[in-house]
Design a protein around this ligand. Structure first.
Ligand SMILES: NC(=O)c1ccc[n+]([C@@H]2O[C@H](COP(=O)([O-])OP(=O)(O)OC[C@H]3O[C@@H](n4cnc5c(N)ncnc54)[C@H](O)[C@@H]3O)[C@@H](O)[C@H]2O)c1
Length: 437
């Protein structure tokens, strides 16, 4: 009789293995569509009924997934989006890609992962491979998921398989996507890792196996902490350069001429998104439980979270000195509100905090973002203005917060009296009305 491992290998190689993806957001939807596009049958499961309704109609809500691709996999009957966890019983491979945010006290909130895992536990059958993709603290797969799935007397590596494989997708990146970003897999047992590599290698060009799930969990946190700490360092340099009246952007360009040992990072109005401001704190929380207080993570987080305040303080100072106006009488236009270039995601975006602070100072604030038609701030809703010269002209200062490629920066330059550029979009422009971070 074939073992469950052998059955799964056969099914994966014959493209008969059915995949279920739980959580169809920025990570889960591209992954589900990629599997379906390459010929696997995929159950997409999400608790958000609005998203499921859109998917069923072939309407994509993720920028990087064209509706035409979605319609193609629906037409071929390879993608079945629903909120029905009962479908999990029919799947051979179950991938979890639900959110991992912070609680109000800024501690890891893995309740979404646990809720999804409980549903898996209720539907688990022998021979399934379960993969966690959500970014989380080291030990989650082994300490939280494994005991849950083992409760029914199932033996990992024999009756079912369990692995962690971090997602590295970079929304709006035109070069790197689900299929060509190298993937790391770490299993609870060697067979768990082997099977995980086998299934991903059907859709991803390079898959690297590491010795266990903790290494894979830690590797993802190293990648994101590396970025967060280096951005913290360059933001600190920007703050020092501001005091010393040195152009930070030129300093970076100069340092970058060194052919080895330097990698450029850029300062900005603050960190945003679902990864960099959050993931390092998952690691420091876990580390603290083990008696080690990480210092660099905390320090970088403090510097990065100070940046929106710095942007507001500098703008207030500029309006005061250049326009001879108290900020409470000023009109400010914020250009770009999503957390990074060319995406519509406003999660943790520094622009939201910046706008809130301007409003608290009684300034009249409007915003323009070609990707974000409205934003919510506490009980208020703001709508993106029409991008016209009249709307630019009516302001005392334009603050460039997000450097979308679609924004016409020339129109701003021609029509604004004062511009605070936090992203160096006016790199080669020497104009006294442009002040850089
Ligand atoms: N967004 C990125 O660029 C990115 C990159 C790498 C890793 N990650 C990680 O991937 C994970 C998912 O992030 P995301 O950006 O895709 O989040 P997201 O909010 O875009 O999507 C998550 C989806 O999960 C659904 N969901 C929540 N609980 C559920 C449940 N119990 N059952 C079924 N569906 C459920 C939500 O409705 C949502 O549609 C996070 O851990 C994140 O840190 C994100």
């Amino acid at each position: 009789m074939l073992s469950f491992r052998q059955i799964l290998v056969k099914k994966i190689n014959n493209k008969r293995a059915k995949v279920a993806v739980i959580g169809l957001g920025y990570v889960g939807l591209p992954l589900a569509v990629e599997f379906a596009d390459k010929g696997s049958f995929v159950y997409g499961i999400d608790i958000d009924k609005k998203k499921i309704a859109m998917l069923k109609q072939g309407k994509s809500y993720i920028q990087d997934i064209p509706s035409a691709t979605l319609k193609g996999v629906l037409k071929n009957k390879l993608f079945n989006p629903s909120s029905d966890y009962g479908n999990l019983t029919h799947a051979d491979i179950i991938i979890i890609s639900v959110p991992t945010p912070l609680t109000k006290t800024r501690e890891p909130d893995i309740s979404y992962v646990v809720n999804a895992a409980r549903e898996i536990k209720d539907n688990i059958r022998r021979g399934q491979l379960i993969i966690l993709e959500s970014t989380t603290y080291p030990g989650t797969t082994e300490e939280v998921l494994l005991p849950l799935f083992s409760q029914r007397g199932l033996k990992v590596g024999v009756d079912f398989f369990l692995a962690f494989s971090p997602e590295r997708i970079d929304p709006a990146n035109k070069t790197f996507n689900t299929a060509n970003i190298t993937k790391i897999v770490g299993g609870i047992t060697k067979d768990c890792a082997y099977l995980t590599r086998l299934i991903y290698s059907k859709i991803i060009s390079k898959v690297v196996m590491v010795s266990d799930s903790k290494v894979a969990e830690m590797a993802k946190l190293l990648e994101n902490t590396f970025r967060a700490v280096n951005i913290g360092l360059i933001n600190e340099f920007a703050l020092m350069c501001d005091k010393l009246k040195v152009n930070i952007w030129e300093v970076i360009e100069a340092a970058e001429t060194k052919p080895f040992g330097f990698m450029p990072f850029y300062p900005g109005p603050g960190l945003g998104g679902h990864c960099l401001p959050i993931d390092p704190l998952y690691l420091s929380w876990k580390s603290r439980l083990h008696g080690f207080e990480p210092r660099l993570i905390e320090l970088a987080s403090q510097i990065n979270s100070y940046m929106p305040t710095h942007v507001v303080n500098k703008t207030v100072e500029l309006i005061d000195t250049r326009c001879k106006l108290p900020v409470s009488q000023a009109k400010i236009l914020v250009a770009g509100v999503s957390y990074k270039k060319d995406v519509c995601d406003v999660r943790e975006s520094p622009a939201i905090e910046i706008i809130r602070m301007f409003m608290e100072k009684q300034a009249k604030v409007s915003y323009y973002d070609p990707f974000v038609s409205q934003i919510s701030l506490d009980d208020k809703t703001l709508h993106s203005i029409k991008f016209t010269k009249e709307n630019i002209r009516g302001n005392d200062c334009v603050v460039i917060v997000t450097n979308h490629s679609k924004i016409d920066y020339n129109l701003i330059l021609k029509n604004a009296d004062l511009i605070f550029d936090t992203r160096n979009v006016y790199k080669n422009i020497n104009n006294p009305k442009v002040i850089r971070l």
